[in-house]
Design a protein around this ligand. Structure first.
Ligand code: AMP
Ligand code: MG
Length: 357
């Protein structure tokens, strides 16, 4: 019997080679995908937001990340007090008592804020827009002087905690409306909206089939899944030295990991006047920046919305009151960094203390 012709042999060798090449390409391609970690960073909501994904096919990743950023920009346009066209800005601009139609989404976040307001006995208050305006913590640059004593006295005399925002809930198919009843009240969701935007970004990534991701908005984060061999690792910024970490967290290395961690501190937006630090987290009872002996509060929770709201609330409440409240809050864990450099963290807070501030 004669063997295959030279031509056929050549074809056979060619096919085997091509097969091997394809196999190699597929294999390394697959491996590359497995190890692929990509980070995209954008300036959004006045901070650098980065989205890191792991093990996702390139086109799927590109689309998912773009959708997540677009979603965060949409939330900013909806919830920001600084964007003149946002519903929040328009509610604030309307004369007292004039109702403004709002989306169910805005109503939903306001309800979350009200829940935290009630549980924190008013330490968290979404009605501080006018007060924040008086302090001047609204623009890109922090102010240089506190408001005058007279301006503060007028605000305190007029403001009524928990009473200035009215929601007229629409029945089925009808729009809800919000109006303000007090000239010293202004809607401000700045203490919770960034967390909500992070949650929505995670939701979008999941919609695109992305199950391993970390969304980091200036140190406020939520991570899902893991990065292959390694878990997500996140750092908590030192409240006094930007380049140092005060704690480091290693999240469970499991596909079902889903952790949010948000920090509030007196170092994020502040100015010093007469050797005194004035920062952007205000105590509704006094109208002045909260002073409870804390430099920062990091909260871990199931959603970034909760973590964001509670980190602000705890900062105002202080450690003692917050720790009393903690057993009532499912899934909420906390790390307090105190002014004297010491710290306290709840048992299940995922974070290793790295050193005295
Ligand atoms: P955060 O950085 O999340 O702690 O939020 C601080 C932001 O929340 C400020 O810039 C204000 O817009 C707003 N804010 C300040 N004080 C309070 C407060 N007591 N309750 C709710 N929001 C507040
Ligand atoms: Mg907050």
């Amino acid at each position: 019997m004669r063997g295959p012709s030279r031509q056929k042999r050549r074809n056979l060798v060619g096919s085997i080679l091509l097969g091997a090449l394809l196999y190699a390409a597929f294999f390394t391609g697959g491996q590359g995908l497995q190890n692929k970690k990509r980070t995209t960073t954008r300036l959004l909501m006045g901070t650098l937001v980065s989205i890191t994904t792991w093990g996702v096919e390139e086109e799927q990743e590109r689309q998912g990340v773009a959708a997540a950023f677009a979603e965060m920009a949409r939330i900013d346009a909806l919830m920001s007090r600084h964007q003149p066209q946002s519903p929040v800005a328009q509610i604030n601009a309307a004369p007292v008592g004039s109702p403004f139609s709002v989306s169910p989404e805005l109503v939903g976040l306001l309800r979350e804020a009200w829940k935290i307001q009630t549980l924190s006995q008013g330490a968290f208050d979404p009605g501080l827009g006018q007060l924040i305006e008086r302090w001047g913590f609204s623009g890109d640059k922090p102010p240089t002087l506190p408001p005058t004593k007279a301006a503060m006295a007028t605000w305190l005399a007029t403001f009524q905690p928990g009473e200035g925002i009215v929601l007229e809930e629409g029945s089925a198919g009808e729009e809800s409306r919000i109006y303000l009843t007090n000239p010293a009240t202004g809607l401000d969701l700045g203490g919770i909206a960034k967390g909500y935007a992070i949650d929505r970004a995670i939701f979008k990534l999941k919609e695109f089939g992305i199950t391993n991701a970390l969304v980091n908005a200036g140190g406020d984060l939520r991570g899902i899944g893991h990065k292959g061999e390694a878990p997500w690792r996140v750092g908590i910024q030192h409240p006094r030295e930007k380049a140092r970490l005060v704690a480091e967290s290693q999240w469970p290395n499991r596909p079902d990991t889903d952790v949010a961690m948000v920090t509030s501190g007196d170092y994020e937006r502040f100015f010093i006047h007469d050797n005194k630090r004035y920062h952007h987290i205000l105590d509704p009872k006094s109208g002045y920046p909260a002073q409870t002996g804390l430099l920062s509060v990091s909260v871990q929770a199931n959603s970034a919305t909760e973590a964001d709201g509670w980190s602000t609330a705890f900062f105002v409440l202080g450690e003692k009151q917050s720790r009393k409240l903690l057993p009532k809050l499912t899934g909420v864990e906390v790390l307090f960094v105190r002014q004297d450099g010491s710290h306290w963290k709840s048992v299940n807070f995922l974070g290793k203390w790295l050193g005295k501030p």
